[in-house]
Design a protein around this ligand. Structure first.
Ligand SMILES: NC(=O)CC[C@H](N)C(=O)O
Length: 214
């Protein structure tokens, strides 16, 4: 008797490899039973089920997206529902609106949020805190991070900075969001060896129509 068995191939997730902490995201994804690969060319996008936009410098990445002719194709794919996850600079690039950005900074868009670049201020360029991310306790590392200043009704808030005396202006600020197939964190789970945020993204990729069609 012939048994018709369909074995699902692991999803293929790209990491935008123009600048930033690409390697750390590749390592985190590799822990999540997916095929992870660096991506630099528009043709490579069609082989993917989802993409990670790493932390780094959003103005530099945005300029390189333009130079590598990736800006328009990636923007169009994300608009059509392609799963994307951005950490820090990646969150800035996925936001529809940026405060304190540069005039020539391009947005990929996808998240109906307003982010403020370098929001945590010069005196606290980097800080770490434990926070609640959708019911899980996560140790979050912020490095010259943005925060989310406004969200539309479509956006799910996944995490805020705990309200403590040391948090100052950052207390209660939104630092992780999801809208449809787009996920973003102002912090860097790729730096703490905790792959739960990447797993959340992989689950989004597995659940998206795009990966079923592939
Ligand atoms: N760690 C980061 O990704 C920093 C983001 C950076 N400050 C920017 O504006 O792009």
């Amino acid at each position: 008797m012939l048994v018709n068995m369909v074995v699902a191939a692991p999803p293929v997730i790209g990491v935008l490899a123009l600048q930033g902490d690409v390697q750390e995201h590749l390592v985190s994804l590799a822990q999540c039973d997916v095929t992870a690969r660096p991506v630099r060319r528009a043709e490579e996008l069609d082989e993917l089920d989802g993409i990670v936009i790493p932390g780094g410098e959003s103005t530099t990445i945005s300029k390189l997206l333009d130079n590598f002719e990736l800006l328009e194709p990636l923007r169009a794919k994300i608009k059509a529902g392609f799963p994307a996850y951005g950490s820090c600079a990646g969150m800035i690039l996925l936001a529809n609106d940026v405060l304190d950005g540069r005039d020539d900074q391009h947005q990929l868009g996808g998240l109906d949020i307003t982010v403020r670049r370098n929001a945590f201020g010069r005196q606290v360029d980097s800080f770490e805190t434990d926070l609640d991310l959708a019911g899980e306790n996560v140790h979050a590392v912020f490095i010259r991070a943005p925060w989310v200043e406004a969200v539309s009704g479509e956006v799910e808030v996944l995490a805020t900075v705990p309200i403590t005396a040391e948090a100052g202006d950052a207390a209660g600020r939104i630092v992780a969001v999801r809208q449809g197939n787009v996920l973003a964190t102002a912090f860097h789970p790729e730096l703490t060896g905790d792959e739960r945020v990447h797993r959340l993204f992989v689950d989004m990729v597995r659940g998206s129509t795009g990966s079923e069609e592939k």
